[in-house]
Design a protein. Sequence first.
Length: 547
Amino acid sequence: MKQYNFNISLSILNHLGRNLYRSFMTVLGEAISNSWDADANNVYITIDRDSKILIVRDDGDGMDESDFQNKFLKIGYSKRKDNKTHTDKGRPFIGRKGIGKLALLSCAQKITVLTKAKGKGIVGGVIDNSGLDKAIKDDVSSTDYSLDVPSEYWISEYDERLGEKGTVIFFEELKDGIRNRIEYITKLIALYFRFSLKDPSFNIYINEKLVTIKELDSIKEKTQFVWILNAIDDPYINDGEFKRSKILSLDNKAIKGFIASVETPSDIKISGTDEKVTIDLYVNGRLREKDILRHIPIARIVQSYLYGQIHFDELDDETDRFTSSREGVVPDDPKFKDLLVKLDATLKTIINDWDVWRTEINQDGDSENSRMTKKQRKSKELFNAVIEDFRPKDNIKSRKKVDGWIKALSEDAEFNLSSYGECFVSENLLRSYIKEKNISIPQSVQNRINNEWKTKAENSKQQANINYEIREDNSDLSYLDMDNLASIADDEKDKIKKASLIRDAIEYKPIRDALAHTSRLTAIAKRQLSITYENIKARIVSLLNKA
């Protein structure tokens, strides 16, 4: 009987990946990963936004004629054939299925590949997507479709520039252009590709400038706290000056990385874009899952302050755990799910630490953390808002000194602010209650209001050169404090021997008197008080800057 063989339609290129890759960074990532797998030391990326041209060149092993035809152009060819998992230099292979190269076809109309192996001549070809589309429409067999021949100009230009070996890929007529600024792309490369943690000799250049983690300094400078997972050796955090740091030990020592928090959520936004830095998963130095927290919905305010990198190389084993688009991990993969469980437990520690550390430096923490009562937390937040106006902005030495004084005030202020709030609310509620019940003021108290307290208040106004009304409600009740209000409102007859509001008020009186009067102010009184306070505050701030 006659033997038969598969005849693959070119349309399979669309189904496998030509239309799966949407992100420019994903396409760039595939090119960089190919250079890594080729044992390149340097990858040179040239971007011309105006001409819509992208060039990626490396000094890797390159390919001879056989490699180009039977490996690069063979869709599904795996570098891990014969259980080989590492390059000759010992780098773990990034490529697996042999379809990542299809990403290269997704972003440009024309792609030219030129490559040479050591001791061999330059070879290559041109893939024109318009010609490929026509071949697919005409149902041309893959064996009958040939790549175009590169121009003599490109061959002569790069035969010498490639040197002994290497590969260059030209992307012409980029479909969506290059929307992002070079600075933005540079920062994303610094953020998304951490191959240097595996091999420091691997360098990436953009328009001849070496990309380093220094590109991330603007984020690092705004970082407050860092939690280091299993003591990873990462230069990004090794030389950082953070307010707090902590090493967290996880049972699985293969899980490494760091999680950090910034001062405000806007600090993790990449300037001029909608992109923000998140907690991302890396495998063998390449980003594999952006924003891994979307799989662990913690629904806490702290989440908007966090970013970081989780490195878990064990996801790259004999089982392919990555999606067809190579932009994520298969969600129900057991090893990935186990990683999420461990991260979930780690996050609980981080959430609590974050709240404690934030309050220690007089900043708002996690409002849902039950270690503080709601009243305590709100008092703390009010204190934080007030003291921020007094902290020297320019003089670092003075700021540190004043921060020490603020820290000493913190605990007392938390209590005082809360106590004043209780005084204000309780006394004004009692005034409303007495009015509602139409309870009359005893004559002895009325005499003191008329002959003593009103006179004292009027004299104070005159001394302060105030001619407008201060009290919003100038009724007699506004001149009474807690002990008098309690005596009037509480209908217990034996208020001395039995439990009553007046007995509590007598004990509370010293605190109330030490704080302030609780009468509600008129609008003009509030404005004047605010203006006067701003003047006082400005004078104090001027002095503190000299501390």
